[in-house]
Design a binder for this molecule. Structure first.
Ligand SMILES: N[C@H]1[C@H](O)[C@@H](Sc2ccccc2)[C@@H]2OC[C@H]1O2
Length: 330
């Protein structure tokens, strides 16, 4: 089996991407944020208080003839950005881009935090992290990828995110038309359950490449790139008027400033993030102050290669044993 579905930016700065999925019988279509940085599949639902729903599509298990309540099971998750949700659990038929799983655990939200309510284009999340991170209790549940893996032609999914355009999530195959040159594979540390790998270093603009190990997670659910302060200060030192603003919570700079590119290494391969991806967004509509797509990870305790980096590559999440992650130019 294989599957392929679109990854569509939800706004004009690629803050997040959504992918259509169908749940139940007859099929209910929702747009989910595929998230390699978590492992819960949860949806806005008929159990979500109306006061917390602002136009999102909902999943109604009582309208699905194939839905079954997972008696006595609950879930509760808090994300890196402080957002949170919790609820109960059903199993139902679940399809992504032609790839179906019969009894997928679908976590229905009984409570979502304000950031989810205000993100009106996201109807829920589909975790693509390792199932060890799943929060369902008393029995944790498998991700869509783990449930589908045995039936896939190859135990992989690939991520091709684009700037202000629809990309794809492919399951079970590697599409040679989506990348150029070779794919460089590196080991993944699955503890505690993220796609954690080690980059081989970085360069700012046309500067020399600094070979150093940068361990971090590949996270499709995070918009920006968060790296050690020393690297980030070296970058913004090249940006006139840049400052690390407590007020705006990160590095900002005049939108008119020329930005260097940022290159990161994966093994011997080099990936360059265009300046345009790092000139992320005005701090408010029409403002001449811009917020950077590269920020310090010092407050996070983890380095994160988010969408700003993933957009610059074709990435293979190889779920074989042992798992690896592959990066290619495109
Ligand atoms: N893995 C990421 C996750 O997908 C999002 S959850 C989210 C919250 C609001 C809006 C959209 C998504 C959150 O930010 C970083 C990390 O946690």
């Amino acid at each position: 089996d294989t599957g392929s579905a679109a990854a569509v930016p939800i706004d004009d700065v690629d803050i997040a991407y959504v992918t259509p999925v169908t749940i139940g019988t007859p099929p209910q279509t929702l747009q989910l944020d595929f998230d390699t940085g978590s492992s819960d599949l949860w949806v806005f639902s008929s159990h979500t208080p109306a006061s917390q729903v602002r136009g999102q599509e909902i999943y109604s298990p009582n309208k699905s003839s194939t839905a079954k309540l997972l008696e006595g099971h609950t879930w509760s998750i808090t994300y890196g950005d402080g957002s949170a949700s919790r609820g109960n659990v059903y199993v139902d038929n679940f399809t992504v881009g032609g790839l179906s799983v019969a009894q997928q655990a679908v976590q229905t939200a009984q409570q979502v935090s304000s950031s989810f309510t205000s993100e009106t284009n996201i109807d829920g999340l589909l975790g693509l992290g390792f199932s060890t991170l799943n929060t369902v209790s008393p029995k944790s549940q498998l991700t869509f990828f783990d449930n589908a893996k045995a039936s896939l032609d190859s135990p992989v999914f690939t991520v091709d995110l684009k700037a202000q355009a629809a990309g794809t999530y492919d399951f079970g195959f590697i599409d040679k038309a989506k990348y150029t040159g070779e794919i460089t594979y590196v080991p993944v540390n699955t503890n505690p359950g993220y796609w954690t790998f080690t980059s081989s270093g970085y360069a700012v603009g046309s500067g020399s490449f600094s070979s150093q190990s940068i361990t971090g997670i590949a996270d499709t659910g995070t918009s920006l790139v968060y790296l050690p302060t020393a690297i980030v200060t070296a970058y913004y030192r090249q940006v006139s008027g840049a400052t690390n603003s407590r007020n705006y919570g990160g590095y900002v700079f005049p939108c008119s400033s020329a930005l260097p590119t940022f290159t990161f290494g994966v093994g011997d391969a080099r990936f360059t993030i265009p300046s345009s991806y790092i000139s992320y967004s005005p701090i408010a509509p029409g403002s001449s102050t811009c917020f950077g797509g590269l920020q310090s990870s010092s407050g996070l305790g983890i380095n994160i290669w988010g969408d700003v980096a993933l957009k610059a590559a074709f990435v293979v999440f190889n779920g074989a044993n042992p798992p690896t992650i592959g990066w290619a130019k495109k």
